[in-house]
Ligand binder design. Structure first.
Ligand code: KIV
Ligand code: ZN
Length: 385
């Protein structure tokens, strides 16, 4: 049996930071319950100090959800941590996620501080959070651009202070997969107490690398992944949950499994898209409208002969009823015949060839060819029979 990968969903925290995506408490409860049904292990429910509304949402989600750990974000600031702990009062299993910037940019320009002071503040925050909950996750913000010896030092101290999970965010989405994987490997090799904590990935998608970086992190030893549904999140987004989960399911060489109920992926994606008013791009992997739509003649013919010729997963595995054969001017006769058959019209040989020629003339002019168009095209043959 492979090791478990803990799925930490941050749709309601990092995802909800996107302008225009804000949800009210009732909507957040609906999302949290959908995430629970999906099988995520941890729900990052919000950043309680940020607003009374966010505080209240963390409280209500804690009451409404039983299985997942409920996590609340805080900066490495005592007041933040106190408020996060108060918001988690009703959580059956609560986690405080606290941390600080660790890259030279963050230390010098954002926090106007020194490496020594950053370690002290990080350690203090973890110790303070431990007064309220056993489960404390430490994030090393902008770890993707940190100096590795310093990163190793602060992670070691955070674990010593009691961190149960150490989060290594590529906050700016800067890393390449090899680099991100190498950071996780470096920590495995240079942090003496690393086995006392779970290493978490948290990748952003500024270069379109978030999924690849997350997988690289897992391959080098991370056992928690921080993800959002549909990859929503600040700027170009976070790592998308559905991509990581299905990559793991499709590749046995990735040595982990998840407890995600994959057949709920598509429904959950639709729910988030609708509630957050955030359309999913049609060619989005796994959940886009075209993810299982075949439109060129060669592919259509191949997939009709055997689904796996052009599909690496069964659409039903992610909750999509079936793949579709779209009729366009690039479609072949096999696709046309498939659609005619489904309308109960069986044409072969010369008749099929003739209708196909008429179909191409129409498809060159019209983008969407539907059942009505097909029935009009074959009308002559129906009359004759
Ligand atoms: O991207 C990031 O660094 C974060 C942290 C607050 C975990 O979202
Ligand atoms: Zn983030």
């Amino acid at each position: 049996m492979s090791e478990k990968l803990w799925i930490f969903d941050t749709t309601l925290r990092d995802g909800e930071q996107v302008p225009g995506c804000q949800l009210n408490t009732q909507e957040k409860i609906v999302v949290a319950q959908a995430l629970e049904a999906l099988g995520v292990d941890i729900i990052e429910a919000g950043f309680p100090i940020s607003s009374p509304g966010d505080f209240n949402s963390v409280v209500e989600i804690s009451k409404a959800v039983s299985n997942p750990i409920i996590c609340a974000l805080s900066r490495a600031v005592e007041k933040d941590i106190e408020v996060a702990a108060a918001a988690l009062k009703y959580a059956k299993k609560g986690r405080i996620h606290t941390g600080i910037g660790v890259s030279p940019y963050h230390i010098q320009y954002k926090l106007r501080s020194t490496p020594e002071d950053i370690i002290e503040r990080g350690v203090k925050a973890v110790k303070f959070a431990k007064r309220f909950v056993e489960d404390v996750e430490f994030y090393a913000e902008d770890a993707g651009r940190a100096e590795l010896p310093f990163l190793a030092q602060i992670i070691e101290q955070a674990i010593k202070a009691g961190a149960t999970v150490v989060n290594i965010p590529d906050t700016t989405g800067y890393c390449l997969p090899e680099q991100y994987g190498a950071i996780i490997r470096y920590l495995k090799e240079h942090v003496s107490n690393i086995d006392k904590a779970i290493i978490s990935t948290h990748c952003h998608n500024d270069l379109g690398m978030a999924t690849a970086n997350t997988i690289a992190g897992i391959q080098h030893g991370a056992r928690q992944a921080e993800l959002t549904i549909n990859g929503i999140g600040e700027r170009a987004g976070n790592t998308s949950l559905e991509e990581v989960v299905m990559a793991i399911k499709c590749h046995q060489s990735i040595p982990v499994h998840t407890d995600i109920q994959t057949e709920r992926i598509y429904g959950t994606s639709r729910l988030i898209s609708k509630l957050m008013n955030m359309p999913v791009q049609p060619n989005k992997a796994i959940v886009g409208r075209n993810a299982f739509a075949h439109s060129s003649g060669i592919h259509q013919d191949g997939v009709l002969k055997h689904r796996e010729n052009y599909e690496i997963m069964d659409p039903k595995e992610v909750g999509v009823h079936e793949s579709s054969i779209v009729l366009t001017a690039r479609s072949g006769r096999a696709a046309l015949k498939h659609h005619l058959d489904s309308l109960g019209v069986e044409l072969e040989g010369e008749a099929l060839r003739e209708v196909y020629e008429d179909f191409l003339l129409l498809a060159d002019k019209k983008r969407d060819i539907g059942p009505k168009d097909l029935l009009a095209l074959v009308g002559k043959y129906l009359d004759e029979s």
